[in-house]
Design a protein around this ligand. Sequence first.
Ligand code: SAH
Length: 348
Amino acid sequence: MVETESRRDIRKLKAEELKEFFVQHGEKAFRAQQVYEWLWNKSAKSFDQMTNLSVSLRDMLKTHFVINHIKVDHMQRSSDGTIKNAVTLHDGMVVESVLIPAEKRITACVSSQVGCSLACKFCATARLKRQRNLSPDEIYDQVVAIKEQSELFYNRPLTNIVFMGMGEPLLNYANVMSAIEKITSQKGLNMASKRITVSTVGLAKMIIKMADDGVKFNLAVSLHAALDKTRSSIMPINDTNSLAELGESLKYWYHKTKRKVTYEYVVWKGINDNEEHARALLKFAQIIPSKVNLIEYNPIDDGEFQQASEESIRMYMDLLERHGITTRVRKSRGKDIDAACGQLANKS
Ligand code: SAH
């Protein structure tokens, strides 16, 4: 057999390219279609699973290609039912993904990069630094693994996907789009785009690009502060990507897509827990139709950041709701296994 390095990852090929390969090798074109289905729809992990192909055809494929499937090496289950997977990639790097069960839905929270380059001060993933982007199949495989766990452990289908794991999805735009295309395709997982949410630190240029590309999924923006000075002090990206620019890009997003945006927002003691901040959030949230999720803070370190008092959270809630902005307080899930927002750091 040829050495691994010279064999290509078969899932890098588009359906058309696979067809060309088959024709060039004297095989019928419909075989390519069958292989494509095995690879995506049935998530085959080896060529030997492709039982409707002859053994000689399977052997021929093995000499040219590999299937770089992810491996779920370590699975932890929280007392609240949340499952965290440590996922090993073909080059030995590790990312995490999470299954979050709720009464009416089961959500997969997936990673888009190994580590992250954004350096948000309150996030554990930021400490890993960015190593590399995930490929479309590595993102897709995380969803498949959680879909299987959902059926196995909860006897229910996976209903939602959020790109809220490690990394910034809009800094790996092409691969995230390609994964979503497969997840929503009939030849893939056939899931509805409206069940998918991409969360971003708020990269204005990329939000405009998504709007131009006519994407059909939901957008969430990690806002955390609506005053530039405060936001820059906790999220360095705000220095080069101001709230004014972000607001303009969101106007464009709404104008093109007519889809609401969700803001993720943590209220911290002494950082953004006064009324001036709440009023700034209200003003920002009124730029386009929006919802606000007030996320519980998941401590990651020495206590520089602390969850604000219930009173401050209520103050935010009252102000926003009084002005017609739907606001929810989101309790952490999977905290005991470091699976909650901002805790993904390959510790397990
Ligand atoms: N880079 C993208 C995707 C990550 S989503 C983004 O920024 O949106 C992870 C979410 O958890 C983000 O909203 C992030 O701001 C939030 N988060 C990070 N650290 C957190 C922590 N310690 N407690 C609660 N939420 C946190």
